[in-house]
Design a protein around this ligand. Structure first.
Ligand code: AP5
Ligand code: ZN
Length: 217
């Protein structure tokens, strides 16, 4: 299956992507995670991306698209993939369509996680990530670690993302509404859009996502 996950910052894309990728046995490709890994390793790509990310703005298309294509060409994507955070504007959506069409493949669905802005701010304010593995993720109220600021899975310290400061979250939300939301209409016109309410418990949202994908088959 080839799936795109779209939704505002803090909607739970990363959380749902981890479960869905495992359930559907497809790799989870997150452009945000790829950028953060490059920043951590101090690569040229990471240095370029960092300034944009820290301001809550989109990294330029030429950098993002090349990185996403490289990742989609890796061997483990033969059975499909789950894209999280890409495409993020109409230009990226069109390039993705061309890329897939050239290979004679297409998307199976675009899951759109619907969350009000107020909930987004609340989810992001409480998010904590593991320093050792960003996939170990917590929320101070909704999914707290057993010991404050210590990862249950590996014992490493937890941290707050630099772009999670409140002023930057406001910018990220604005960018989402102006630049990313238009891709939902684009995919609705292609009959691919599967909008699901993303409020409620993590497993309830997962169940809605699976049901929407199955109905669309
Ligand atoms: P990216 O890393 O993609 O960030 P984002 O889209 O802002 O999304 P987040 O990671 O903040 O949130 P999420 O939806 O994954 O939610 P999560 O599961 O963590 O991008 C970061 C930056 O990289 C961008 O701003 C941009 O600069 C750049 N970038 C990336 N892709 C790009 C592209 N294609 N083009 C250009 N630039 C790009 O959940 C959030 C919190 O809520 C967690 O604490 C979690 O535990 C909690 N939570 C999750 N689900 C629930 C639930 N059901 N109930 C209660 N709490 C929940
Ligand atoms: Zn950990």
């Amino acid at each position: 299956m080839r799936i795109v996950l779209v939704g505002p910052p803090g909607a739970g894309k990363g959380t749902q992507a981890q479960v869905l990728a495992q359930t559907l046995s497809i790799p989870h490709i997150s452009t945000g995670d790829l950028f953060r890994a490059n920043i951590g390793q101090g690569t040229g790509l990471g240095i370029k991306a960092k300034a944009y990310m820290n301001e809550g703005r989109l990294v330029p298309d030429e950098v993002t698209i090349a990185m996403a294509k490289d990742r989609m060409l890796q061997a483990d994507t033969a059975g499909g993939f789950l894209l999280d955070g890409f495409p993020r504007n109409l230009g990226q959506a069109r390039v993705l369509d061309e890329f897939l069409a050239q290979r004679g493949i297409a998307l199976d669905g675009v899951l759109d996680l619907e969350v009000p802005d107020k909930e987004v701010v609340d989810r992001i304010a409480g998010r904590r990530l593991c320093r050792n593995d960003g996939n170990h993720m917590y929320h101070v109220a909704y999914n707290p670690p057993q010991q404050d600021d210590v990862c249950d899975e590996c014992g490493s310290g937890l941290y707050k993302r630099p772009d999670d400061a409140e002023a930057k979250v406001r910018t990220r939300l604005e960018v989402y509404h102006t630049e990313t939301e238009p891709i939902t209409d684009y995919y609705a016109q292609q009959d691919l859009l599967l909008t699901i309410p993303a409020l409620g418990k993590v497993d309830e949202v997962t169940a809605r996502a699976i049901a929407a994908l199955e109905k669309n088959r």
